[in-house]
Design a protein around this ligand. Sequence first.
Ligand code: NAD
Ligand code: UGA
Length: 462
Amino acid sequence: MGLDSRFEKNIICIGAGYVGGPTMAMIAMKCPQYKVTVVDINASRIEAWNSENLPIYEPGLYEVVKEARDRNLFFSTDVSGAIRDADIIFVSVNTPTKTFGEGAGKAADLQYWEKTAREIIRSSESDKIIVEKSTLPVRTARAMERILNANDKGIHFEVISNPEFLAEGTAIADLQNPDRVLIGSQLTEAGLKACEEIVSIYANWVPRERILTTNVWSAELSKLVANAFLAQRISSINSISALCERTEANISEVSRAIGKDSRIGPKFLNASVGFGGSCFKKDILNLVYICESYGLYDVARYWESVVLMNEYQKRRFGQTMLRVMFNTIAGKRIALFGFAFKKDTGDTRESPAIDLALQLIEERADVVITDPQALDNAKRDLCQHASKIEFTEDPYVAARGAHALAIVTEWDLYRTLDYRRIFEEMEKPAFIFDGRNILNHQELYNIGFNVFPLGTTSYKHF
Ligand code: NAD
Ligand code: UGA
């Protein structure tokens, strides 16, 4: 790779994951005047980005990649070469919850981020803008600037925070038409200049009024707070789903009624078997840890309760299954419809399906899992129990001979299956537990199922 005079800017991204790949593909597609290179230490991931079979399933992603790849979008394992030639470096490495030492179970594990910083120092020969794309604890930019600018080469690094708000499954639409792009910088002359450079990238397709600039700490913190607020809405509605089941209120009606209040709004009020995904839990726990480290224990407990309520909801779903199936599911075939943490992705990180499967296995049920995109990840997540679980892409095969099926992921295809055929091939009494409230419960009851939706009265034949 060398400097190429055909391009106005040389942008790279370190980390070719769920964020780095799609965000850079969108920048490359929208800005053919920039050279965009995505690098990763994971060679098989890079190979997949360069192939027809991208490493992640995301609707519309392949079309975007195809348009820009080998024109001005490149995927490579040459991390140091890419750093050397870059003007702007986005860093989108993983920042999982720390599993060891101080802050284990809550704090963000910054080892991948720090390794990247050291690689940047090692390979750089000129000044650069470093953009935090990963989600990081507030005030990380300060630590980063210290590490980077402690170099003895006389190179200046300006650190910008540009957190990503895309959701998996809708990443392309979210990137194409974001509610906002957030860019935080130091308020110094150099900081503001670097901020303007990053603004000018997004301004190629995002209206200016949706590009927010703030101080760097506000940008870092806003990312954690956005995820905490979104997850808090889900925990709030899930908590009320438990109350609805005791009072003959209906959670879908309650959601609709409160969502019509323009101050509340209708989104993120779907009761579910629990929120999953790689970020909500991790980012809230990180927020909790940060509050604790500033001695703000009441604030920490408040946000921690959002995660605790989610654990309750996940556990409650499995407990309901056990209770209504006569308190024993040992030896009973139970089909999980969906394993991804939401529809339109193959991602299973923190999927509620993992906990549910483990809960059912603990009760010695015969678990069968079906999912259109997530079976490889499901097999990996449950590898220690592989001999006890059946995996199949075909939901009809999964349901055949089952005592119960549970909708765990809201894939559209589950709405339109032939449930009469499924009922006929199941053991009786046949149970459906709708952890996403996507099915027509009255119709299923009429077919003969005992139906247990979330947050409303059940439909029972006994
Ligand atoms: P990911 O695990 O899919 O991807 C991270 C990539 O970074 C991996 O491919 C890994 O090999 C690579 N990597 C790690 N260390 C490296 C190094 N030293 N050099 C080169 N590559 C390295 O993670 P992700 O889901 O893309 O998330 C990345 C960040 O974005 C996280 O901080 C996350 O919180 C945040 N985020 C994620 C989402 C999402 O929807 N997944 C949305 C918004 C923000
Ligand atoms: C979430 C945020 O929505 C993104 O803005 C953010 O960038 C991202 O986290 C991140 O930082 O990683 P994501 O986790 O991909 O995106 O997906 P969501 O659509 O937020 O769904 C998260 C979980 O909540 C899923 O398990 C989903 O099924 C569940 N959910 C969502 C509900 O149970 N009810 C709802 O009403 C909405």
